[in-house]
Design a protein around this ligand. Structure first.
Ligand code: GLU
Length: 309
């Protein structure tokens, strides 16, 4: 058995035995129903070898992980003009904080906190109907993952649309500063729906290969983004990808990554592998408890931390 197969099998076995599984997010009612016992992992190496373990083929709600892909899409359309709407600094605040927005005139700290991602979604929406923008985001995911079966979980989207008062507050607040161009309801509708895209670890690791491969999609050999842009998106994932647990994630795991409240984490070992893990229970910062632990073990045993051994 190759080393990666052994390491993944060990991690799946170890995660199965851990009794403390964290707390499943409950502020989106539909997510609260997910069983905390799930654990999945998928690792796709640079040469295309895929190692999938546990519940790695079970679809889950990717939530904030979608923000990596909407950022990629928006950068493709607007280039560096995007940075007039959104900053690039870690927030040090909870993912849905409104306080910082007031101090900083409605410009969100980074594209991965909710306010920043809503501003990015608003850019993608400009000049389109909500369903066109959403179709574009979904097709981009399907193209990257090489899998046309990826869909949006309409129940999760509806659940968040019914209860997303905090996001509505953030969006209205930004609108009052002129940071959003479109009607708030339209922007939020697209945002809730792209967060509700449902994917397995395997599909997510496939979709993120370009970030592990200096911008190229290994299926086509063509660039999705230029190497410089891939490097920058990875830098943002490292500094801002785990809410106000980003420093702890860099310290423990040492890989760029983005988590979502559905319990998924997408991570990149540049030049080596695209990785996705999923376990629905979260730690107090809102990151998958077992997911982070699994990535820490994987990075250590494979020697993949970008900071060395
Ligand atoms: N759709 C979720 C929200 O806006 C995403 C949160 C997350 O995964 O960080 O609250």
């Amino acid at each position: 058995m190759a080393k990666l197969d052994t390491v993944v099998a060990e991690i799946v076995d170890e995660m199965r035995r851990i009794p403390d599984r964290g707390t499943v997010a409950s502020y989106i009612p539909e997510l609260a129903c997910v069983d905390p016992d799930y654990f999945g992992i998928a690792v796709i190496e640079a040469e295309g070898n895929a190692v999938v373990g546990g519940d790695g083929d079970m679809p889950f709600s990717i939530q904030s992980i979608s923000k990596v892909f909407t950022l990629t899409l928006a950068l493709g359309k607007f280039g560096n003009r995007l940075w007039t709407r959104v900053g690039r600094e870690p927030s040090g605040s909870p993912f849905n904080s409104i306080v910082q927005l007031e101090r900083e005139q409605g410009i969100p700290r980074n594209p991965f906190i909710n306010a920043g991602a809503i501003a990015v979604t608003d850019l993608i929406l400009s000049g389109h109907l909500p369903r066109e923008a959403l179709g574009e985001i979904l097709r981009f995911m399907q193209f990257l993952a090489d899998d046309p079966t990826i869909t949006i979980d309409q129940e999760v989207a509806a659940s968040e649309q019914r209860t997303g008062f905090r996001n509505a507050a953030l969006a209205n607040y930004m609108k009052s500063f002129g940071v959003l161009d479109n009607p708030v309801d339209f922007t939020l509708g697209v945002y809730f729906h792209h967060c509700a895209i449902s994917m397995s670890c395997r599909q997510l690791a496939m979709a993120g290969r370009f970030l592990a491969q200096f911008g190229s999609n290994p299926s086509t050999g063509l660039p999705v983004v230029q190497p410089e842009r891939a490097r920058r998106i990875n830098a943002l994932m490292l500094t801002c990808g785990h809410y106000d647990g980003s420093g702890e994630f860099a310290y423990r795991v040492g890989l760029p990554g983005k988590s979502g409240v559905g319990g998924g984490i997408f991570a990149v070992a540049p030049g080596k592998a695209s990785i996705a893990v999923w376990s629905p229970g979260l730690d107090p910062s809102g990151n998958s408890h077992l997911g982070r632990m699994a990535l820490e073990r994987l990075a250590k045993r494979m020697g993949w931390s970008i900071f060395g051994a």
